[in-house]
Write a protein that binds this ligand. Structure first.
Ligand code: CO
Length: 372
């Protein structure tokens, strides 16, 4: 790795990633994450506002028609659950928020955010001692799951614990360093890695002495995991000329997954998505990233995914459209209690996006947005 990533940078970024990963923020309940983003952006951006459903829009530079409008996005929400109802016995039934595998939900610890604050709970699993042999090999369906909060009955759950239908639930997982400190275990790298990236790019742009050739909108979106809803409204608010989305990538470097399913590996650099089910990137913008990574002597990866959806799709479609791209930090085990990222991939994604933004002059953007 280039020595341009200093120990101080790693230390600051680790602290930010840890705080954001640990923060509570299932889809539709992004407040604690938004508070962190606002705290940071208040000192880094020229103007900070929120839109009608809660996405936070931080602007660096003046509102002007003379320079390009470059929008960077990352989503604040994580996959989680919601309380559907409280049973007479005091257990919670659940509505998933976002795409969960059934087997990732069972026998996990959770945080239920009530009007009185957070309380712990767990998805109970039937004990094998009472099961017939063939039932022991079957996957538990989410429809049969419940959360045990230790209430003695419905009234106890409502009155003493303060639980109401609609209360949000997030995985109970804590950040941890792994393998000597280069790898980070945590929940919600999808997409707190992208949200941390927005903040770090803003910091890097602020530290630059040269004036920026564009107005930069750094947008922390809500409700991505249920259909890119925050990116939809905020993209129409910003009306970008160029869209750059920061996401968690899909690593394909562990047992049971093939390189044809996902081509990224941890530690091999940030990733450019070339296909996902929501968006095709502008290939001239792809080449601009490739050339910039080469100039920085930075590793860069590609991924062609058949599934997945991301906020870039909404920037691409806002107004009369904008060349857009998805830049990802390779991540193992998305949409579960524990994922893994490599600190160098994050740091390099920040460097790459920062350098690309610095090079998006009116001439460059005009070339990217002109079609023969
Ligand atoms: Co995501």
């Amino acid at each position: 790795m280039p020595d341009s990533i200093s120990p101080q940078t790693h230390s600051r970024q680790r602290q930010l990633l840890e705080e954001l990963s640990n923060a509570f923020g299932p889809t539709g309940h992004e407040g604690p994450v938004r508070a962190i983003v606002r705290r940071e952006m208040d000192s880094l951006a020229d103007f900070v506002e929120t839109d009608g459903i809660g996405s936070l829009i931080a602007r660096i530079g003046d509102e002007s028609d003379d320079v390009p409008r470059v929008m960077l996005s990352g989503h604040m929400d994580e996959v989680g659950l919601m309380v559907r109802q409280i049973t007479a016995e005091g257990y919670l039934t659940i509505q998933p928020l976002g795409g969960w595998l059934d087997q990732a939900l069972i026998n996990q610890r959770w945080v239920v955010m009530t009007r009185n604050g957070p309380i712990p709970g767990l998805t109970g699993i039937k004990t094998p001692h009472v099961m017939q042999p063939d039932a022991r090999t079957q996957v538990f369906k989410k429809e049969s799951m419940f959360i045990d909060v230790g209430a003695s009955n419905k009234e106890d759950a409502e009155q003493r614990l303060g639980i109401r239908p609609g209360d949000p639930i997030a995985p109970d997982s804590r950040f941890q360093e792994m393998a000597g400190g280069e790898l980070y275990i945590g929940k919600a790298w999808d997409d707190r890695a992208g949200v941390a990236g927005l903040i770090e790019v803003a910091r890097a742009l602020r530290e630059s002495a040269d004036p920026l050739p564009a107005t930069v909108y750094l947008v922390a979106t809500v409700q991505e995991e249920v259909g890119l809803r925050g990116a939809h409204t905020s993209s129409f608010h910003v009306m970008p000329d160029i869209g750059i989305n920061l996401e968690s990538g899909v690593a394909g470097d562990y047992p049971g997954i093939t390189k044809d399913e996902a081509q990224e590996e941890l530690g091999k650099g940030p990733t450019v998505f070339l296909h996902d089910s929501s968006m095709l990137p502008n290939l001239r913008l792809r080449d601009f990233f490739v050339d910039t990574a080469a100039a920085l002597e930075m590793p860069l990866q590609f991924n062609v995914l058949s599934g997945y959806g991301e906020d870039g799709a909404e920037m691409q479609k806002a107004g009369s459209g904008a060349p857009s791209i998805n830049i990802a930090v390779p991540t193992r085990y998305l949409h579960s209690h524990n994922g893994v990222i490599h600190r160098d991939d994050f740091a390099n994604a920040v460097r790459l996006v920062t350098e690309v933004v610095r090079r998006l002059t009116p001439e460059t953007v005009s070339a990217l947005t002109t079609f023969d």
